[in-house]
Design a protein around this ligand. Structure first.
Ligand SMILES: NC(=O)c1ccc[n+]([C@@H]2O[C@H](COP(=O)([O-])OP(=O)(O)OC[C@H]3O[C@@H](n4cnc5c(N)ncnc54)[C@H](OP(=O)(O)O)[C@@H]3O)[C@@H](O)[C@H]2O)c1
Length: 235
């Protein structure tokens, strides 16, 4: 696959996008990919706070700060974007069970609804390995439910990413995740299905965007993300 040719072809389409969660680990990596590849005519970051960037390459970004508890009041922020990326999320440890569902389900679903109403045709959702609306685990059940509910919105294209444990040097301290990450980094060559570098997730989201989707709804499990995420890497 010639990534440069795909980029050039996509650039001609003059598409616009928004990113939810651009301050997070995946969101940052995704934003970097998107800015460096210059594939959109406009990039809007939608988040709960204004972000600062030193790099001049980021100076044309549009930023919209919203109150996620009152998203209906910000419908116009979601209008006019062709593509939407959602890398929002929190943890039960950080926000409690209710807070987790509020962010990973309610904020995500409401954003998708507003994006659809605003004309978005391709929505990308970073979900999780094991997402399953019938699961008895709150995390997997919530991820599965939000996937299914967004599917029902009927986007022209809906790409769901189900990564395993994200490998990244996280800014925020998460001790349990740190231990798991160290272990998974060490065994990643023999157990590739248990983890994935965050840069591969970001690259996969971009490559998927550039590719003409054959299916309306695509579910990319960890291995598929890993394979797409390698495209364009120097051998
Ligand atoms: N960690 C893993 O190993 C793993 C594995 C599989 C899937 N996932 C999923 O992948 C997604 C991205 O994960 P990540 O680790 O890249 O995320 P992350 O670094 O924790 O970033 C989360 C993003 O969500 C935003 N956010 C969190 N709470 C919010 C709230 N109450 N209101 C508004 N915005 C809020 C954060 O904004 P602020 O910067 O303002 O806080 C940030 O932009 C999540 O849905 C996660 O469940 C993670």
């Amino acid at each position: 696959m010639d990534l440069n040719a795909m980029e050039e072809n996509y650039r001609q389409k003059n598409r616009t996008c928004f990113i939810l969660g651009a301050s997070g680990e995946t969101g940052k990596a995704l934003l970097k990919e998107i800015v460096e590849r210059n594939i959109f005519s406009s990039i809007t970051l939608i988040g709960r706070r204004q972000l600062t960037f030193e790099d001049k390459a980021y100076e044309n970004l549009v930023q919209k700060v919203v109150d996620f508890e009152k998203l209906d009041e910000y419908a116009e922020v979601f209008q006019g974007h062709d593509v939407g990326y959602c890398c929002l999320g929190t943890t039960k440890a950080k926000a409690g069970a209710e807070g987790f569902v509020r962010v990973d389900h309610d904020y995500v679903l409401k954003s998708a609804e507003l994006a659809k109403a605003g004309g978005c045709s391709h929505f990308h959702l970073e979900s999780s390995k094991g997402a399953d609306k019938t699961s008895s685990f709150l995390y997997l059940k919530t991820k599965g439910q939000v996937e299914a509910e967004i599917e029902d919105l009927g986007f022209e294209r809906f790409s769901i990413y189900r990564p395993a444990v994200l490998l990244v040097d996280r800014e925020e301290s998460r001790p349990a995740e740190w231990v798991a990450r160290k272990f998974l980094c060490a065994v990643s060559s023999v157990l590739p299905s248990m983890s994935i570098p965050i840069t591969a997730v970001a690259r996969a989201m971009v490559v998927d965007t550039l590719t003409d989707g054959e299916q309306k709804v695509e579910i990319l499990e960890n291995k598929a993300i890993y394979n797409l995420g390698k495209i364009g890497d120097k051998e």
